[in-house]
Design a protein around this ligand. Structure first.
Ligand code: GDP
Length: 181
């Protein structure tokens, strides 16, 4: 007889932010451990799964939802947000407009979905493309207060291209989701 004593935790995670900030590339890096410049988000990782052996008793399954091509609306339908248990909001560190947009995305999220407990969906902010030289030091130094004002649990400078902080950011979000669960 085989006794199954591990539990499987399934988490729906939304990846939101403006077009071109690197959402698809981040999911590709985190899930498939690769980066492809030629890869076009519109073709869509609209859906990706990653399993993690979290501890001896727990397998975490992350289900990523990429908004694939609907960015221009700066909002999504409630149906899409339903059941969301975590969010990754991405902006491009070389383009401060995309940081302002991150605030709008976060507001759209919080206005349309919350956890069963009534708490906000745990969300992490990613300042992507930190490999580029156009990285704005002023933007980076404003991120602590930006996160406080917009109720993000934390932020990371990331590069999907050079594989910087992607794994760390993912683990951080999973930890937060496990705490909420
Ligand atoms: P999305 O529209 O938010 O899904 O963005 P994509 O993942 O399609 O990326 C948009 C463009 O930015 C593509 O040309 C990617 O190759 C590029 N890109 C994504 N992440 C990075 C990164 O970390 N560094 C650099 N230099 N380029 C990136």
């Amino acid at each position: 007889l085989h006794f199954e004593c591990s539990r499987v935790q399934l988490f729906k995670v939304l990846v939101i932010g403006d077009l071109g900030v690197g959402k698809s590339s981040i999911v590709m890096r985190y899930v498939n451990k690769c980066f492809d410049e030629r890869y076009k988000g519109t073709i869509g990782v609209d859906f990706a799964l990653k399993s993690i052996e979290w501890d001896a008793k727990t397998v975490v399954r992350l289900q990523f939802w990429d908004i694939a091509g609907q960015e221009r609306f700066k909002k999504m339908s409630r149906v899409y947000y339903k059941g969301t248990m975590g969010a990754i909001v991405v902006f491009d560190i070389t383009n401060s407009c995309t940081l302002e947009a991150a605030s709008e995305w976060k507001q759209d999220l919080d206005s349309k979905v919350c956890l069963d407990s009534g708490h906000l969906v745990p969300a992490v902010l990613l300042a992507n493309k930190c490999d580029l030289t156009g990285r704005d030091g002023d933007v980076v130094s404003s991120l602590d207060s930006f996160c406080k004002d917009n109720s993000f649990l934390g932020w990371f400078e990331t590069s999907a291209k050079d594989n910087i902080n992607i794994e760390e950011a993912g683990a951080f979000l999973v930890k937060q989701m496990m705490l909420c669960d």
